[in-house]
Design a protein around this ligand. Structure first.
Ligand code: SF4
Length: 273
């Protein structure tokens, strides 16, 4: 039987509503409008189907880690990096992507942080939407989507949720809390911690935990975001001409990195000094 449609929430949606602390000036609500409300328009769909360079690097890095652990012997090979690079068909990527991903693969081969761990799940990174987790909050039902990169089990039974990062962005603890909530719903009898590991800088965050009352607070916040998002979508469907009021633009230097700058009417607005 097909799963009934439900409103949803995810870390990605939360991020599209509210940026991490310190990145407020980069935030543009109109991106959520393009991504979620206008995603079926051919021009928008084509842009959404094209990975940016950071997205492509993140995807290939995750796939690389997956390939190092798919074959238990590959990590022992002296040419393991070359083998994984071939599997990833890196030669078909741009020079900048090849360079950064090779560096990530070399880092990981020298310091394979999952080696010897009891890995419960390890994502390839290109699986698409994860299984939805049903949440009921004050008579409101929504699906939580949590695209977890890796879960391994610590020696004493604690589940460790690990999120791989690339680039220079700081870790956003909200992502860890969404994953801890997901783990609490999927594995209610096991304690869990979450952490971030940057495959380029090799920086591993401290483990992050959440109390039951913190998880409840995040659940309420996700329900609120999900409801607000549905309201915005309904407003847009009812009055498409109100797009820029429902999803206000924030033009500026951030437009240079925005996937929608080729179709956004605000992208060329001059930034005041
Ligand atoms: S181009 Fe600029 S204003 Fe337009 S959606 Fe992107 S960041 Fe927002």
């Amino acid at each position: 039987m097909p799963t009934p449609w439900r409103p949803f929430a995810s870390y990605n949606l939360w991020l599209q509503f509210a940026p991490p602390i310190g990145q407020e000036h980069w935030h543009c609500d109109m991106k959520r409008g393009f991504t979620k409300a206008r995603s079926r328009e051919p021009l928008v769909a084509a842009l959404l189907a094209t990975d940016t360079i950071p997205q492509r690097i993140g995807l290939l890095a995750q796939r690389g880690v997956y390939e190092f652990h798919r074959d238990p012997f590959i990590l022992y090979h002296s040419d393991a990096v070359t083998k994984v690079a071939e599997i990833l068909q890196l030669d078909q990527e741009s020079e900048i992507i090849q360079e950064r991903v090779i560096s990530i693969l070399k880092n990981y081969h020298l310091n394979p942080i999952l080696f010897g761990k009891n890995i419960i799940t390890l994502s390839r990174g290109d699986e698409g939407f994860p299984e939805p987790i049903l949440i009921e909050q004050d008579n409101y039902q929504f699906n939580l989507f949590a695209a977890i990169d890796c879960i391994f089990e610590e020696q004493h039974g604690t589940l460790h949720i690990l999120d791989f990062k690339t680039g220079q962005a700081n870790f956003d603890k909200r992502q860890a809390y969404v994953y801890l909530l997901a783990a609490n719903l999927l594995y209610p009898t096991q304690p869990s911690v979450a952490s971030f590991y940057n495959l380029e800088s090799e920086k591993w965050s401290d483990p992050i935990t959440a109390t039951a009352s913190q998880l409840n607070a995040f659940r309420i916040e996700l329900a609120r975001i999900s409801q607000q998002h549905q309201k915005d979508l309904q407003r847009y469907r009812h009055s498409p001409s109100e797009f820029k009021r429902i999803f206000p633009p924030n033009p500026g230097i951030n437009c240079q990195q925005c996937s929608f700058n080729s179709i956004c009417e605000f992208s060329n607005i001059e930034v005041s000094a």
